[in-house]
Design a protein around this ligand. Structure first.
Ligand code: CP
Length: 340
């Protein structure tokens, strides 16, 4: 795809060559992402970071990624503090913001809503999560994590065995990751969920039509055996029409260190898009795995910065100019804790 000036709305926009371009750019960004080097290549550029749903990782990491490239960030959070609460349309909001900023990231609770922001502007829009639809940049950082954790070339990710576990009906990160992995060959998917929270049929049918192996099970132990990657997700309380309906699913699939040792391969890596629900009896990943070397969840969140920096650099057309804008770092930063 032509990244320069493009909006990023769905993983369907990417092919293997695009992934190679994003990942090779992300690898260049790693030194800058963690403050070892400083570039000002986006000095003067402004990101509008519009989040109409709760977020910790995506909102902050999009902002930090833009800042790490030297750009400035303006945030809005929630409907309450936006004029959408006074009835302003997506059309008007998007047109107004595009007069202030050079690029927008949008998270919104309705599936398909982020694409509507492109109707009244020419500035690039990046989908930061649209309801139960997609979360394309999360899928990119998830795939980047799989690529780094399995220590193979991107093209040899074929044949990976991955279990996607939890609320696969409402989980936009699981939708985007399954679709993104479909670019490769002969992927073995296990979709592990209560029957009511299964992966949408359209995605299952697409994967089978492309020749991938798809096994669907509600049995957790069967679901985690034999996979290279466990991709665990949270039951999405906020997506259930009746407030208490989600409760029967809470804690139904909880990975503990004992289950991991007993049923998983030694080199199986544990991923989760986070947030994980750490309230008692609801844990998707028990705290007793926190220091396990195969738990990749915090390396995964760290990867959000170089991946989002890479996307911004490609969209803003500065990926080859990073080095021309390097300045010396004058401040101290300790190394990351648990950077295993
Ligand atoms: N993974 C993710 O989207 O997390 P946040 O909801 O905290 O942004």
């Amino acid at each position: 795809m032509d990244f320069k000036g493009a909006s990023i709305l769905t993983v369907d926009q990417f092919d293997l060559g695009d992934l190679e371009r994003i990942f090779s750019t992300a690898e260049v960004m790693e030194d800058y992402a963690f403050g070892n080097k400083i570039t000002k290549v986006l000095e003067g550029a402004i990101l509008a970071n519009l989040f109409f749903e709760p977020s910790t990782r995506s909102r902050v990491s999009f902002g930090c990624a833009f800042n790490r490239l030297g750009g400035s960030v303006r945030d809005t959070t929630g409907f309450t503090f936006s004029s959408m609460s006074k009835g302003e349309s997506i059309y008007d909001t998007s047109r107004v913001i595009s007069g202030y900023a050079d690029i927008m990231v949008v998270r919104h609770p309705e599936e398909g809503s982020v694409a509507k922001f492109t109707k009244s502007t020419n500035i690039p829009i990046v989908n930061g999560g649209d309801g139960i639809g997609e979360h394309p940049t999360q899928a990119l950082l998830d795939l980047y994590t799989i690529y780094k954790e399995t220590n193979v070339t991107l093209r040899s990710l074929n044949n990976v065995k991955i279990s996607l576990i939890g609320d696969l009906k409402h989980g936009r990160t699981a939708h985007s990751l399954a679709k993104l992995l479909s670019i490769f060959k002969n992927i073995h998917f296990k979709f592990v969920s209560p029957q009511e929270l299964g992966m949408p049929d359209s995605i299952v049918e697409m994967l089978r039509a492309k020749g991938h192996h798809v096994q669907i099970t509600s049995d957790f132990i069967n679901g985690i055996r034999g996979s290279n990657i466990l991709y665990i997700t949270r039951v999405q309380d906020e997506r259930f029409p009746h407030k208490n309906d989600y409760k029967k699913f809470k804690g139904s699939y909880s990975l503990t260190v004992d289950k991991f040792k007993k049923y998983c391969n030694k080199d199986t890596k544990i991923l989760h898009p986070l947030p994980r629900d750490s309230r008692e009896l609801k844990m998707e990943i028990d705290n007793n795995l926190n220091n396990h070397p195969n738990l990749a969840i915090f390396r995964q969140t760290d990867n959000g910065i170089p991946i989002r920096m890479a996307l911004f650099a490609l969209i803003m057309g500065v990926e080859d100019k990073i080095y021309q804008h390097v300045i010396e770092r004058s401040w101290f930063r300790p190394s990351l804790k648990n950077k295993m």
